[in-house]
Design a protein around this ligand. Structure first.
Ligand SMILES: Cc1cc2nc3c(=O)[nH]c(=O)nc-3n(C[C@H](O)[C@H](O)[C@H](O)COP(=O)(O)O)c2cc1C
Length: 304
């Protein structure tokens, strides 16, 4: 299925443990054109795991993309024939996760090992999905740089667009992305290519645009910083950081039943939110000790 982007897309990258439904909604409010869920296990969906199904909540006003991982074609087929993805615009497939427990299970970046085996999975995904399918991948795995061949296989399967994170699985998130890889990829395929990796500034964005990328995905630079989407578009923020933090917490209250789980989850977001503030250093240690919602809410009130 084809997808046509009528403008350069600035997206929120998928990040496990970060891009929850509330954060995606906030980033969309601040101008993200597309938002991507955390990676969602197809196996867990097949087993009707409630926590996983809840990860599919999405109320954001942006192109909504759900990222799946899992190599089992039957589980994929079963998941895709449900109505779980009706409210999404795109299904993305994760072929880049370097986490040992994912790779050991032949998922994530491990999907780049055997291109012909992965072809079957992606073909089945494209065939069974009523939405455009995209694939996110790396330069390669086990020091075998095969992203061009991998991308061409995806295109042959009918994938709508590609997102490259130009590091190998072994590089994890360290060092610099291989900037030359994006241009090589764009020249090797006829479908849109997105840049993922180290996008922080207007000049990063301009460079990605200048070489022909259809969009960028912003990951770590958006943590605690949904304002980045406004800044990159020269738009006025729809509300303040303090309001964003409150909205994030209030939305998550409707999601987590246990205060303990909510507090422990939200603390890391709060640390990212306050990172750039003047009183960050003194307050971070304090946040780590928080055990109640009241402590979090009292701190938010102190934010100017
Ligand atoms: C905490 C964290 C979780 C991530 N989870 C995912 C994920 O679930 N799926 C995925 O495709 N990439 C994931 N990534 C990779 C990002 O989407 C992105 O490709 C990478 O961080 C490079 O972009 P950045 O420099 O803008 O962060 C994750 C990255 C981080 C830091």
């Amino acid at each position: 299925m084809n997808i046509k982007f009528d403008k350069f897309i600035i997206a929120l990258a998928p990040m496990a443990g970060v891009t929850d439904f509330a954060f995606r909604e906030i980033c969309a409010d601040f101008g993200a054109d597309m938002v991507v869920t955390e990676m969602v296990s197809v196996k867990a969906l097949e087993h009707k795991n409630n926590t996983t199904i809840k990860m599919l909540r999405d109320d954001s006003k942006a192109i909504r993309c759900c990222q799946l991982f899992g190599h089992d074609t039957e589980s994929l087929q079963q998941a895709l024939t449900t109505n779980l993805f009706d409210h999404f615009d795109v299904i993305d497939f994760n072929c880049g996760c370097p986490a040992p427990k994912i790779v050991k299970n032949h998922d994530g970046s491990s999907m780049m090992k055997n291109i012909e085996e992965t072809r079957k999975v992606i073909l089945s995904l494209v065939k069974n999905s009523s939405k455009p399918v995209s694939v996110k991948f790396r330069l390669g795995i086990d020091n075998n740089i095969n992203y061009i061949e991998f991308a061409q296989m995806c295109e042959e399967c009918g994938v709508s667009f590609l997102t490259l994170h130009a590091r190998t699985k072994e590089q994890g998130y360290a060092g610099e992305v291989d900037k030359s890889a994006y241009e090589k990829l764009i020249k090797s395929v006829n479908i849109p290519v997105f840049w993922s990796g180290d996008i922080k500034t207007q000049s990063d964005l301009d460079y990605a645009k200048s070489i022909g990328c259809s969009g960028v995905m912003i990951g770590r630079a958006a943590m605690g910083n949904p304002e980045i989407f406004c800044k990159l578009k020269n738009n006025t923020p729809p509300y303040t950081k303090k309001e964003a933090i409150k909205k994030h917490l209030n939305l998550l209250k409707t999601y987590y039943k246990s205060e303990r789980t909510l507090v422990s989850y939200f603390k890391k977001h709060l640390m990212w939110y306050v990172k750039s503030m003047d009183f960050a250093t003194s307050i971070k240690l304090q946040i780590l000790q928080f055990t109640s919602l009241k402590e979090i809410e009292d701190l938010i009130e102190l934010i100017p």
